[in-house]
Design a protein around this ligand. Sequence first.
Ligand code: HMG
Length: 389
Amino acid sequence: MQVGIDKIHFATSHLYVDMTELARQRGQAPDKFLIGIGQSQMAVIPPSQDLVTLAANAAYPMLTAEDAAAIDLVVVGTESGIDHSKASAIYVARLLGLNRRCRTIEMKEACYAGTAGVQLASDHVRVHPDKKALVIGADVARYGLNTPGEPTQGGGAVAMLISANPRVLAIDTESTVLSQDVMDFWRPPYRTEALVDGKYSSNIYIDYFQDVFKGYLEQTGTSANAFDALIFHLPYTKMGLKALRSALPMVSETQQQRWIAHFEASRKLNRLVGNLYTGSLYLSLLSLLIADPNLKAGDRLGLFSYGSGAEGEFYGATLQADYQQGIDLGLPQRLARRQRVDVSAYEDCFNGQLAWQPANQTLPTHNDPHRFILTGQKDQQRQYLDRCN
Ligand code: HMG
C-alpha cells in the first residue's frame, strides 16, 4: 500500500510588496534582491492574518465532507506559535469544523516541522489506512525592518491531506535525517522577530544538504541519477540554487540540465511569496507540480527539508498519475490578483500585528477578503472569525 500526499493547497495574504521597490527604499541594488537573493515579490501579512487563519484558509478549499469525516490527526507545523501551551491545531480544527475524535497537535523545529508532520502523518496512515491526516505548515517569517534578513521575509500556509493510495505523491518509508545543536537561527519567547547569523545559516544549510543527500544515497544504495528532480526548503530561492549546484557534479550533464530546468519551475511561486518557514519546501513542491510541463507519472522526486537549530531530512517520493487532480491549480491566478502595496503600507502591516499585551484589541479587518480572519483579542483570548458562519 502506498501512502502520501493526496491533496495540497496553499494560502497567503492578498498583499505583496515589490522587491525592486523594497531594494530602492533600502538603498540596495535591485539585482541584489532579484538575483542575489532570488526574490521578485514578498507576501505582506496584514494584522488580520496569523498562522491559524493562514492554516485554515489553506485547508478549507480542498477538504470534502468525506475527507473531514476520515481525518483523525491534525498536525500544524509552525514556529510562529501564538500560545506557549495550547496547540494552534486546536483552533484550526475548530474553524474547519473537524471531528472531535481527532488528535490535534502543534510541532516545532523551525522550518523542519512541516516535514516532521508529513512523516508522522504518513506513519499514522500506514497503521490506519482507512484514516486521513491533515498536515499544515503555516508561518509568518519576520526578521525586522531594514535588517539583512528583511528581503527573506514572507508568509503563508501549505495544507496537505495525507492518505492511503494518494493522488499526488507516494512517500518512501526510507529517509535520512541529521539533527545537531547549532545556533544559526532562533527566536527567544520575548521576541516577535528571529535572531539569525545569516551567512552561517546559509553555510549550515548546504552542509546539511550534502550530509543527508550523500547519506541517503549510501544508506539506500541509490544513484543520484535515479532522481528526476530535487526540491528544497527555500528560505530564499537562491539558497536552493546553491544547494542544487553543490550536487550537480554527482550526475551526468544531461541530468544536470534536467535538474536545473525542474528547479526553475520549483522556485517560480516561492519567488513571489518569500519564506514561509515550515511550508516553504511544500510550496516549492506545489510550484513544481503546477509550473513544470515536463513531469510525468512515476517521476522520482528528492525532497530536502531544513530547519535551523538544526535538523535536516532527505527523502524520496514518486509522482502519481492523477497528481493534477490533487493540486491547487488556481494558485498562480490568485497570486497574480494580489494587491501591490508600497513600502510604507508594508511597514504599517509589519508594525500593526496584535500586540503581546493583555489589553483588549481590535484589528482592522475590512480590506481582508479571506474567509478566516483574526479580529483582535478579548479577555486575553484571540478572536477568530469565520465569515461563512
Ligand atoms: P546580506 O548580507 O544582505 O547579503 O544577507 P549578501 O551581501 O550576502 O548578498 C546576497 C547575495 O546577493 C550574494 O550572493 C551577493 O553576491 C549577491 P551569493 O554570494 O550568496 O551567491 N549580490 C548581488 N547579485 C546581483 N547583483 C547585485 C548584487 N549585490 C549582491 N547588485 C542573507 C543575505 C541571506 C544572509 C540574509 O538575507 C539573511 O540573513 N537571511 C535570513 C537567513 C536565511 O534565510 N538563511 C538561509 C539558510 S537557514 C534556513 O533556511 C532556515 C530558515 O528558513 C529558518 C528556519 O529554519 O526556521 C531561515
